[in-house]
Write a protein that binds this ligand. Structure first.
Ligand SMILES: [Zn+2]
Ligand SMILES: [Zn+2]
Length: 283
């Protein structure tokens, strides 16, 4: 299981933990403390991987309440900080029912390149204890709260849209913004817990005013530059649901979600962006 997670230090003191789960956890090392942003599904031994990076006192922060971001909290003694607006969501996402569903999906994960299905659960995975693991202790956090790691300071920035309690962490001096799922080129805004398109547009405008140059997105292996926001805003502000294409989703098949992509861009272009949305989220 040693290789379940891949750790890269992409900038001094900033580590990304990747895994077959296709979601990244971030570890930020300060002079006094370390911070773990998101815990993935937690199928592998994430706590051990984090321990191998640092033995500093650890602060755990969840970007939002989805199971692919707070599913590994159970492995840690430390509580997770979460925005209060996503508390209920995180409990339902780490319920036995949702965890069992995540395990079933993990057994049939489609390879992005080959399209073939394979089981991403690690060897010796203890299914029963995973399904009943819950989420552990949570502490509500608020806008403007600062996690002080010594030299580095991470500030909580509300980025509602994808979920009501989605947050980013801003390191002003190093000009880095961690955004979880709140801002990206394939934004899910069709979920029952998602807010309106206008809320997401407000979040994008808010992000544009923040002092950062690099943006770290939970499902993307590359670090984004700030100017991608221009394309995301163009997509959001000119969105015409009538021009979208059906986007069947396995989680909520009853929701008629469509994908609306930026006009004039192929999905391979750097300026490409898209939003998956349903009628209820317009306006
Ligand atoms: Zn999410
Ligand atoms: Zn996610």
């Amino acid at each position: 299981m040693g290789d379940y997670y891949q750790v890269t230090e992409w900038r001094e003191g900033y580590y990304r933990i990747g895994s077959p789960e296709n979601v990244f956890s971030e570890v930020i090392i300060g002079t006094d403390k370390a911070l773990l942003f998101d815990t993935g599904y937690g199928f592998g031994n994430l706590a051990k991987t984090v321990k191998e990076i640092t033995d500093l006192p650890l602060i755990i922060v969840n970007s939002h309440g989805h199971v692919d971001h707070c599913g590994g909290n159970y492995q840690f003694d430390e509580p997770g900080y979460l925005h209060p607006a996503d508390m209920e969501l995180s409990y339902s996402h780490t319920s036995e029912k949702m965890r069992a569903l995540s395990v079933e999906q993990a057994k049939e994960t489609r390879d992005i390149l080959t399209g073939e299905k394979h089981n991403i659960l690690p060897e010796k995975f203890d299914e029963d204890s995973y399904i009943t693991a819950g989420i552990g202790d949570l502490i509500p956090m608020e806008e403007g709260q600062i996690f002080d790691l010594g030299d580095k300071k991470l500030e909580v920035v509300g980025l509602p849209g994808h979920t009501p309690g989605s947050v980013g962490l801003l390191e002003r001096e190093d000009e880095i913004l961690f955004v979880g799922d709140a801002i990206n080129a394939h934004l899910w805004l069709f979920l029952p817990e998602s807010l309106k398109l206008s809320d997401y547009i407000a979040t994008l405008h808010k992000a544009q005013e923040l002092p950062f140059s690099q943006m770290v997105q939970a499902h993307h292996p590359m670090i984004a530059e700030k100017d991608v926001l221009t394309g995301y805003l163009d997509t959001a502000e000119n969105l015409d649901i009538g021009k979208g294409h059906p986007y069947p989703n396995a989680i909520f098949p009853e929701i008629a979600s469509v994908i609306c992509a930026r006009e004039g861009y192929d999905f391979r272009d750097p300026g490409f962006s898209s939003i998956v949305i349903s009628e209820e989220h317009l306006g």
